[in-house]
Design a protein. Structure first.
Lengths: 181, 781
């Protein structure tokens, strides 16, 4: 019997400090609700990922409408939100964002101050892995959580790797809790 | 410049001073100085010579580190955990370790090109003599801009190139030594050293390319080089097929010569992968280009090649194992990549051929290129008939194998691009190969999926099957690599580039580790060709951009001319030809602006940084060579954009546009320090998508020296592309519009209103005679 394999993209295993697994959607929602200045980072894969609402862009719009968390779209994905008539979502490229998130002096996308929690969703796996590595090492007071379907070791908290259907339910549950207030 | 060794030996000399016996006088170098330009301030610079220049750049473009590994495993104290604010046993921080790894990567890259250049130079000197002249390009006096700039020498012969390589080798040893435990500790000093490695790399690449151009009859900078054939189906499988992989053209040259001398091109096809393919086609257009580096496994699995010849760099290290499965012998030709094969260099050719044809040996190491030529051709002619009946896996075979899939998803997790491999295999088990075919163009050919599969399914072969029809039509024209840009072309476009009227030069270079396949490279190229940028390409990128046809069936090489001018698409050549791209930027400063070139690195880099809107794009950057090539661009002030996988180089060099104090420069006319805005905003940037990259490339082409007309042209492209791909107006125009006249005429009202809302102040951004070097100030007010 072979030794147990660690879940994670091959050759992208973590260092000694690895993310805690978020045990249930309520915990993720609670972390977002308790944060003073949370930010949701939506990556370029959002349009390709199916959710109970349609695609992940639709689900993020739902979360955005709760007003519980600022949303920033990376790459060119802001266009999708505009097409769907949504205002108030920020746009910043992943590298520019990562670079600023590690800076405690940064005033944030709205100029109101730095963030205390950053959640990632719809991102390219390895790019998120790397940016979270940068934040783990150079923004040690920033809480990072990964809401993607595959475990992200470099976040502080991450959903575990689960089948697609299960992940859709988890995201739907998080969205519902945020909607409930 | 030429140099000679002088040795004077006198057995007995009587003079007024007395009698001397056994007198020996030896002088190592005598230079016949033919170059009138006086020596500049920094000939043969050492590791620290440009530290201040590098720090100026790194002050603006601070590294954002993204550790790929939180541990250091390089000494026996370790492993040391460097996470967060921890330090290793040697005292090194995480930032220090990441920059150290960057340095090592750049040293590996530069050493690889240098070793390649040295190997070829030794061989070419043996064949053509040390005094063989160097002629690199027609209508060109500045034959070696990187060598002249860095070393301060003007090479005339092969012998002179030895001086340049001696220098590069000496410096590389210093740089590698700096990475030893307990040496350098400061991350910015490590970064500066990485820049040094990059600069050396461009010298080494220049040596490598000009020596082969000068001696092997490759095109000398002509714009209308012939078209060669590229793609899977450019090879006639009814002939015996030799597949050459790597970067060093010498063994392939002798294969081609042997085929020519024996009139065997009718019976044998020679096709190449990666840069050897480029250089083969530069040597003889009958040599075919199969494709980029990522196609090794997929082409081998097609069963078409009857013999594999590997030289050096980017070769799959399991190529022998893969070839053995198909009964294809392998000839290794370089001491850098011997694959464990027995050295048969001194054996009679017919003995080697016999062993390979009869399958007594899986391969042979032959270091002598001439012998490779004879053995390869004789072997392939013997092997091909035996492999005539070979058939790759049939659809039925694949369906049966696919039924073994355990649905574990390990293939998807192992895939660098998370392609839906498991789903495709499940479909294949039902006899539907469509999704397998969809994966083919996006697959980077790494084979990690196979390695992860608990059932050992040959998934690359599966993708080939799915794409059978596509593969049968994969045949494209590609303009053969032309080499250097002529001086006369620089004279014609220099003004347009420096004043911004030609909006920029986009250099598409590097490997094939793409996030979504090679089509993105063609998309990026065409976007800028249509906008009258100059687009140059090398290596795998130059191949991949050929593989998309428009509705009329034409590809980019057929649609756009090969001259170095607005709207031109120039295939410069192989990896080592990248030196001609930085060379062109250097020549703009020297030939157009008449800035002294000789050993005058800082001034030329300062000129390029502030005036030449060139942007490097390595969309599929994978190797350490790509890292060092990029690093050579950074030191010259040329920004580089990479694809998302490029973030794995462990750090980006990013500007912060909102920090006004970062973007202050001298006005050389007055000595005043003025704000010029974030142009260019970044020095090294990983884009998440091709769309993001396109917009960023347009933005990074802006320079402080742009005239109002030039800035208006550049802004119009930036705004238009932003609206096209992001669907909105860019939110940072306040940093780039200097005065009303900068605003593109057709967008004036809209942009003015927007700028006023953002509190834009006209003339906040100066248009000086920009320089970062205090010594370049002509008059102080």
């Amino acid at each position: 019997m072979a030794a147990r394999m660690i879940t994670g993209q091959t050759a992208e295993i973590a260092g000694p400090k690895k993310a805690f697994v978020i045990p249930k959607p309520e915990v993720a929602a609670s972390m977002i609700k308790r944060a003073t200045r949370p930010l949701l980072v939506v990556g370029s894969k959002a349009k390709e990922i199916k959710t109970k609402d349609g695609d992940l862009v639709d689900t993020v719009i739902r979360i955005h409408n709760t007003g519980k968390i600022q949303v920033v779209a990376t790459a060119h994905i802001i266009g999708e939100f505009k097409k769907r008539g949504v205002e108030g979502i920020h746009s910043m490229q992943m590298m520019n964002l990562g670079d600023r998130l590690r800076d405690p002096e940064w005033k944030g996308l709205d100029g109101e101050g730095s963030y205390d929690l950053v959640a990632f969703i719809g991102t390219i796996y390895y790019m998120e892995w790397l940016v979270e590595s940068g934040l783990k090492n150079f923004a040690i007071n920033l809480r990072t959580i990964s809401l993607n379907r595959h475990y992200q070791p470099n976040a502080q908290w991450s959903l575990g790797t689960v089948p697609e259907d299960q992940w859709r339910q988890v995201i739907d549950k998080i969205s519902s809790i945020l909607e409930e207030g | 410049m030429t140099k000679r060794d002088l040795k004077l030996k006198i057995d007995e000399l009587s003079s007024t001073l007395g009698t001397f016996k056994g007198l020996e006088i030896e002088v190592g170098r005598i230079y016949d100085e033919e170059w009138e330009e006086k020596m500049g301030p920094t000939p043969f610079p050492s590791v620290g010579t440009f530290r201040d220049w590098d720090r100026k750049l790194l002050e603006r473009y601070k590294p954002f580190y993204m550790p790929f590994c939180d541990l250091c495993c390089l000494c026996t104290f370790g492993k040391c955990d460097l996470t967060g604010d921890k330090r290793g046993a040697c005292g090194l921080t995480m930032a220090g370790q990441q920059s150290r790894i960057v340095l090592l990567a750049c040293c590996i890259g530069a050493s690889t090109h240098c070793a390649h250049a040295r190997h070829m130079l030794d061989h070419l000197i043996e064949e053509f003599g040390r005094d063989a002249p160097i002629e690199v390009a027609l209508n060109t006096n500045v034959e070696a801009p990187n060598i002249r700039l860095v070393c301060g020498i003007k090479p005339n012969t092969l012998r002179d190139l030895e001086d340049a390589l001696d220098y590069v080798e000496t410096q590389l040893v210093q740089l590698v030594a700096a990475a030893h435990t307990g040496q350098e500790g400061d991350n910015i000093d490590f970064e500066s050293k990485a820049f040094h490695a990059g600069m050396l790399d461009h010298v080494a690449m220049e040596v490598a390319d000009i020596e082969q151009i000068a001696t092997l009859g490759m095109p000398k900078g002509i714009p209308d080089t012939p078209m060669t054939e590229l793609g899977f189906s450019c090879i006639d499988p009814n002939k015996a097929v030799i597949m050459c992989i790597g970067h060093n053209v010498l063994p392939s040259v002798d294969i081609i010569d042997y085929l020519m001398e024996n009139d065997l091109f009718g019976e044998v096809e020679i096709g190449g992968l990666c840069c050897t393919a480029h250089d083969n086609s530069r040597y003889n257009k009958r040599a075919k280009v199969i494709g980029p580096i990522s196609w090794q496994l997929r082409y081998l699995r097609s069963g078409i090649p009857d013999l594999i010849v590997v030289d050096e760099q980017c070769i799959r290290t399991d190529i022998l194992i893969e070839a053995e499965k198909l009964g294809v012998p392998v000839i290794a030709t370089s001491e850098k990549s011997m694959l464990g094969l027995p050295n048969r260099t001194h054996d009679p050719p017919d003995n080697i051929v016999s062993d390979l044809v009869e399958g007594k040996a899986p391969g042979a190491l032959i270091i002598e290129p001439k012998k490779v030529g004879e053995v390869a051709v004789k072997t392939v002619l013997g092997v091909a008939p035996k492999r005539k009946d070979y058939k790759p896996l049939s659809g039925d075979d694949i369906q049966k194998l696919a039924e073994h899939c355990r649905n574990c998803e390990e293939c998807v997790r192992a895939c660098p691009n998370n392609l839906p491999i498991m789903e495709a295999v499940q479909q294949a088990a039902e006899g539907d190969f469509e999704l397998l075919g969809d994966i083919y163009p996006a697959c980077v050919g790494c084979g990690r999926c196979e390695s992860a599969c608990p059932e050992d399914l040959p998934l690359i072969t599966f993708f080939n099957k799915g794409a059978e029809e596509r593969i049968a039509n994969e045949k494209f024209p590609m303009r053969v690599g032309r080499g250097a840009v002529q001086d006369v072309e620089i004279r014609e476009v220099g003004r347009g580039i420096v004043f911004g009227e030609i909006p920029g030069v986009v250099a598409l270079v590097g490997c094939a580790n793409y996030p979504k396949g090679g089509a993105d490279v063609a998309k990026i190229a065409e976007e800028f060709l249509n906008r009258r940028f100059i687009v140059v390409a090398t290596g795998c990128a130059a191949m991949d951009l050929a593989m998309i046809r428009d509705e009329e069936g034409q590809n980019l090489y057929e649609k756009y001319p090969g001259n170095f001018d607005a709207g031109g698409l120039i295939n410069i050549g192989s990896c080592v030809s990248n030196a001609h791209i930085t060379g062109a930027a250097i020549k703009i400063a020297n030939i157009f602006a008449k800035r002294p070139l000789r050993a005058n690195y800082e001034e030329i880099a300062d000129y390029i940084y502030n005036r030449v809107g060139a942007v490097g794009v390595a969309w599929g950057a994978m190797s350490q060579k790509a890292a060092s090539i990029a690093s050579g661009c950074w030191r010259l002030g040329i920004p580089v954009v990479v694809g998302p996988h490029g973030a794995k180089y462990r750090r980006n060099l990013l500007g912060r546009k909102e920090n006004d104090e970062d973007w202050v420069t001298y006005d050389a006319r007055t000595g005043k320090e003025v704000y010029v805005g974030p142009a260019p905003e970044h020095l090294f940037y990983a884009a998440e998508t091709a769309e993001e990259a396109i917009v960023m490339i347009a933005k990074l082409s802006m320079r402080p020296n742009d005239t109002t007309k030039g800035r208006a042209v550049k802004l119009s492209h930036y705004i238009d592309l932003h609206q096209k791909y992001y669907g909105i107006m860019p939110d940072d125009l306040v940093y780039f519009v200097r005065r009303e006249a900068d605003i593109p005429f057709t967008m004036k009202d809209e942009i003015l209103e927007y700028l006023k809302e953002k509190g834009w102040v006209e003339d906040k951004i100066a248009i000086p005679d920009p320089t970062l070097l205090s010594r370049m100030v002509r008059r102080r007010e």
